[in-house]
Design a protein around this ligand. Structure first.
Ligand SMILES: C[S@@+](CC[C@H](N)C(=O)[O-])C[C@H]1O[C@@H](n2cnc3c(N)ncnc32)[C@H](O)[C@@H]1O
Ligand SMILES: [Zn+2]
Length: 282
């Protein structure tokens, strides 16, 4: 089946999940390849079977090159430890999953690969390049371009919302998560990609270290009963992926960056993944 047909089948079957980002009304019709709301605002599926919900162009620090590099490293398994831990939080029964700021789609693809195959899953990102890359995967998830500050989804429809390294909008998350559902957010800890930080910024620069304390405190403020799980592992960088590691995060253009690190970069064989996984139930 063509991608646009798969997208049309998804929105027909799951129309109840979506609401119009212009007037906030639940969509009332799917006609051909179009979602239409009661106020006649309409959104067309692209050839790739995705929807575009932004009503203004969005600036994004994640350009296509970064997303391609991220896809290469994630496909090589960089985040598999995180994905396994997130997957362990899901129920064995079918879930309705939303991946917030899904980027180029690899984490959601790999999460779903390890599931029985009965979930309903949507990934969205503000980056159109990210969403286009995500559609290269041949899997069951539906992808759209949207802003996490104004979600095009109805109230209390998702059983699990995941947010891996992306910004958050807790009022919107609270609105779309079902009672009995959960929010799983992953944030970097100070050791995250530390070998790369030290290579780029030396030992004592502000950028050499990362603190997640503010993000963690805000999460705890919103969800005092949340639990926090730490996860730290070493990833063996496959030969030829060192440059992708440099390109996949905004670290590569950070202030105070040292120049001419390519020889040392080529010699990097291991990288630390060090994260906190924040989980709260509704
Ligand atoms: C660090 S990346 C994480 C991507 C993906 N979750 C991953 O783990 O590879 C942060 C993502 O958040 C997205 N993002 C930033 N602001 C956003 C917004 N307002 N709405 C939706 N996505 C946003 C970026 O485009 C980017 O893809
Ligand atoms: Zn509308």
């Amino acid at each position: 089946m063509k991608k646009i047909e798969l997208g049309a089948a998804f929105i027909k079957q799951n129309q109840h999940l979506f609401r119009c980002p212009v007037c906030d009304q639940p969509f009332s019709e799917v006609v051909h390849y179009q979602l239409i709301c009661p106020n006649r605002h309409s959104f067309d599926l692209s050839k790739k079977g995705t929807l575009y919900f932004l009503n203004r162009s969005a600036n994004n620090e994640y350009d296509k090159q970064m997303l391609v590099s991220r896809q290469r490293l994630l496909s090589a398994g960089l985040f598999d430890g995180i994905i396994k831990k997130v997957g362990a939080q899901l129920k064995p029964e079918p879930e309705t999953i939303l991946d917030v700021g899904c980027g180029e789609g690899t984490p959601l693809a790999r999460l779903l690969q390890a599931r029985p195959g009965n979930d309903t899953a949507i990934g969205f990102d503000i980056s159109k390049d990210g969403i286009n890359l995500a559609t290269q995967y041949n899997h069951q998830a539906f992808f759209c371009v949207a802003d996490l500050a104004h979600l095009p989804f109805n109230d209390h429809v998702f059983s699990t919302v995941i947010d891996l390294f992306s910004p958050s909008s807790y009022s919107e998350f609270n609105r779309v998560i079902k009672r009995g559902g959960q929010l799983i957010k992953t944030i970097p800890n100070s050791g995250y990609l530390q070998e790369l930080r030290q290579l780029l910024y030396g030992e004592h620069q502000a950028n050499s270290f990362y603190s997640n304390q503010k993000v963690l405190a805000l999460f705890r403020n919103h969800y005092p009963n949340s639990k926090v799980e730490s996860l730290r592992y070493q990833f063996q960088i496959p030969t030829g992926y060192q440059h992708d590691l440099l390109m996949m995060t905004p670290l590569h253009w950070g202030r105070g960056r040292r120049q001419n690190v390519s020889t040392q970069l080529d010699e990097l064989t291991e990288i630390t993944v060090d994260v906190s996984i924040l989980i709260t139930h509704f």
